[in-house]
Design a protein around this ligand. Structure first.
Ligand code: HDE
Length: 726
């Protein structure tokens, strides 16, 4: 008897009568596709009589029972003959692929890139040529040091990797949210990564640089200190993936049709503005919602609030490069925007969440070597190391040279060559010819195309073979100082706080001292602040290969100077109790919605509250699960009775005192006073507090929230603020 299956009748053998659906008790809610019954173990069994819904093995054999393995007698032993059990467990045992060595924790989304300004004058790349052209993209954001299951708000660099599926093949910009890197030579990368990840004997700390090994390495590596300054800034605790910049870091080349080359650095500028959280907040968010960043991105896209970035380019020629006070091939340096302006040429919009995290986000394989005709590499040695590493790592992680056959990695343009076979090959050419040159004429398969094929820029190279670092890479502190003096006062304070925090976790005193010795070459005030914060004497300055230059500050390096101009896309937490004023709640939610921001209700019980006019409002969070760290600003609107009750509740008091300590804008009803008093909020309210009496107050409050925080408060609530440099 023929037993072949068609896709339409998958699961059903021809000529077979489907089993009868079991009957449910009268009145039971009968699902259309399956019936429910109790299994012999008391569990719910869901069976179907629809062949199209019938479960099968990987070989397509219909499964009658997925809850009980085949046993000799009801109490076993289990029989080896049970191929259904063995196949299911076998597949489960092999579900994991190795996580990425670095950037293991990440989150991806699909999007589209639209060109708004043509670069055809500089490059033959099709993707950068025609204004209005749209190119499909896939973006993956990540942290670097933590394992796949680590928390989102680690103090860490964020990866910002973009794959463009262009008509000329895949182009990847595998960048970070920081424009420079820790090291100048790829041979150092394994040591850097070993040093920052968990210490090998004890396997902790997870996802943090605050430990001896990291600071031992950094303090022995002067080239790392520009990046260390960025790492200790609030750039490494972003509010959202939506609020980070992206940088290609290295110089690349654009090459025009005539073969002329122009250097280029790539930038992603978030339309949402730069935003970060405070360190104490980050620590608490990690406990309250370890998935804070992925949830935020997923929710924004799911609700249609698509995040956008402008792609910017810094274009410069060799002559300009020669005038810079450092070498643009050194990845520990950036080119200030004041020296070479960023030209915005297109917009990236993330508009679709993945259907399957594993298939897309986990299996996407970015490679710095993925460039298209019209784009080429510079001589940056770090980039050359990466060009080897990314291809190599995909073989380990994805297990086959055919990783480009996976839908997330497959180019959207034709792929034709004579590479063949290998594990899991999906793209298998037909025909007799699998080599070239061949003389099979029209049946001979793809041919080279000297006209449009990729040609490397014919840069002249010469030199003696040697293991040496260029003298032009030797200034390690000037740009570190420039970064520090470009920060606003409160940002400088945060850098000092972060250094003190991290070095306080370092056990060896000599490592702490060696770290501070570098700060002396960067900024005397910062070095003094950190030494004081650590309770140690100021060490001698580290030996510098070159004197530190006084470069002009660059406003583009500050987060606060490049923040958002509205509260759009951010989240207000509204804390309600029974009897809260309906008029205030209504005015507030209207003002938030008008600003294109979102709000969430927190209440003593998840079932919600009844307002003073009898309206019932559902809660999104019960107070214990919705601490104020999950919100950008808060409104505390209890009734008098509610406030008296909350004043006795630890979680409610934490909600208020954290919002206060984290410098949030706080709207409140007059009745909230009882709670504020118990939470020991100072009775004199600063200008970050907004008493709400009517709808107009609500608008004023939301307008104030456009600023990230009420920063003047931080100087009052933080003991370390005393030591901030005047
Ligand atoms: Fe990476 N890096 N990297 N890196 N990197 C990887 O590739 C490497 C560097 C960056 O979301 C790995 O597919 C070397 C700089 C991102 O999938 C690996 C060196 C920058 C991602 C690797 C560097 C980055 C990675 C691990 C020094 C910013 C995540 C898994 C020469 C410009 C991409 C993988 C994603 C991932 C090697 C330095 C960014 C091991 C050898 C500089 C965003 O191949």
């Amino acid at each position: 008897m023929a037993t072949t299956k068609t896709p339409q009748s998958a699961g059903k053998l021809k000529g077979e009568t489907p089993a009868k659906a079991p009957t449910l008790p009268a009145g039971a809610d009968m699902p259309t596709s399956y019936a429910e019954q109790q299994g012999s173990g008391g569990e719910t069994r869901q069976t179907t009589s629809d062949p199209a819904l019938t479960m099968t093995t990987q070989q397509g054999i219909s499964v009658a029972d997925d809850q009980n393995s085949l046993k000799a007698g009801p109490r076993g032993p289990t029989l080896l003959e049970d191929f259904i059990l063995r196949e299911k467990i076998f597949h489960f045992d092999h579900e994991r692929i190795p996580e990425r060595v670095v950037h293991a924790r990440g989150y991806g989304a699909h999007g589209v890139f639209e060109l708004t300004d043509s670069l055809s004058e500089y490059t033959s790349a099709d993707v950068l040529g025609t204004v209005g052209q749209q190119t499909e993209t896939f973006v993956r954001f990540s942290t670097v040091a933590g394992n796949k299951g680590s928390f989102d708000l680690a103090r860490d660099v964020r990866g910002f990797a973009v794959k463009f599926y262009t008509r000329q093949g895949n182009w990847d910009i595998v960048g970070n949210n920081i424009p420079v890197f820790f090291i100048q030579d790829p041979i150092k990368f394994p040591d850097l990564v070993h040093a920052v990840k968990q210490e090998p004997d004890r396997a902790f700390p997870q996802a943090q640089s605050a430990h001896d090994n990291y600071w031992d390495y950094a303090s022995l590596s002067p080239e790392a200190w520009h990046m260390v300054m960025w790492q200790m800034s609030d750039r490494t605790i972003p509010r959202s993936f939506r609020t980070i910049e992206g940088f290609g870091v290295h110089s690349f080349r654009l090459v025009d049709k005539a073969g002329k080359s122009t250097f280029v650095k790539f930038h992603w500028k978030p339309r949402q503005g730069l935003q970060s959280v405070l360190w104490n907040e980050a620590v608490k968010i990690n406990g309250a919602d370890p998935d804070f960043h992925r949830r935020d991105l997923w929710q924004a896209i799911e609700s249609g609030d698509f995040p956008q970035w402008d792609l910017g380019v810094q274009l410069f020629d060799q002559e300009t490069a020669d005038k810079l006070p450092f070498d643009h091939l050194d990845s520990t340096k950036l080119i200030p925007e004041e020296d070479v302006p960023v030209r915005l040429i297109g917009t990236l919009t993330l508009n679709r969440n993945v259907d399957n995290f594993f298939a897309e986000t986990e299996q996407v394989a970015y490679c710095t070597q993925n460039i298209v005709p019209g784009i080429d590499f510079s001589d940056d040695p770090l980039l050359h190391g990466r060009n080897f590493s990314y291809l190599d790592t995909q073989l380990k992680r994805l297990g086959s040279p055919n990783f480009t056959h996976l839908p997330i990695n497959a180019p959207r343009c034709p792929v034709m060559n004579f590479q063949q076979d290998g594990h899991m090959a999906m793209r298998n050419p037909k025909g007799r010819v699998n080599y070239e040159p061949n003389s099979w004429g029209a049946d001979g398969g793809p041919r080279e195309n000297p006209e449009i094929g990729f040609k490397s820029f014919p840069a002249e190279v010469q030199g003696t073979k040697q293991r040496i670092r260029s003298e032009t890479f030797a200034d390690h502190y000037s740009q570190a100082r420039q970064f520090y003096i470009s920060q606003q006062k409160i940002e400088q304070k945060h850098i000092g706080d972060a250094l003190v925090f991290e070095l306080s976790k370092v056990e060896r005193v000599d490592i702490r001292a060696r770290a501070v010795s570098h700060l002396r070459n960067i900024d005397a005030g910062l070095a003094a602040t950190v030494a004081d914060g650590l309770g140690m004497d100021l060490p001698d300055a580290a030996k510098a290969a070159k004197p530190t230059l006084d470069l002009a500050p660059s406003a583009k390096l500050s987060i606060i100077a490049n923040g958002p101009d509205s509260f759009a896309g951010r989240k207000l937490g509204i804390f309600l109790t029974n009897g809260s004023k309906a008029a205030l709640f209504k005015a507030l939610t209207e003002a938030v919605t008008a600003e294109r921001a979102i709000w969430e209700v927190i209440a003593p019980k998840i079932g919600g509250v009844t307002l003073d006019d009898g309206t019932k409002v559902a809660a999104k969070q019960k107070i214990d699960g919705g601490p104020s760290v999950l919100y950008d600003a808060v409104a505390i609107l209890p009734s008098a009775e509610g406030a008296a009750m909350l004043a006795k509740d630890a979680a409610s008091k934490d909600f208020v005192s954290d919002a206060f300590g984290h410098c949030k804008f706080i709207a409140h009803s007059a009745e909230a006073k009882a709670l504020f008093d118990e939470a020991r909020i100072p009775p004199e309210r600063d200008e970050g507090f907004f008493p709400l009496a009517d709808g107009k107050d609500a608008e004023g409050f939301i307008k104030a929230c456009r600023d990230l925080r009420f920063w003047p408060r931080e100087m009052k609530v933080d003991l370390d603020a005393k030591s901030v440099r005047k």
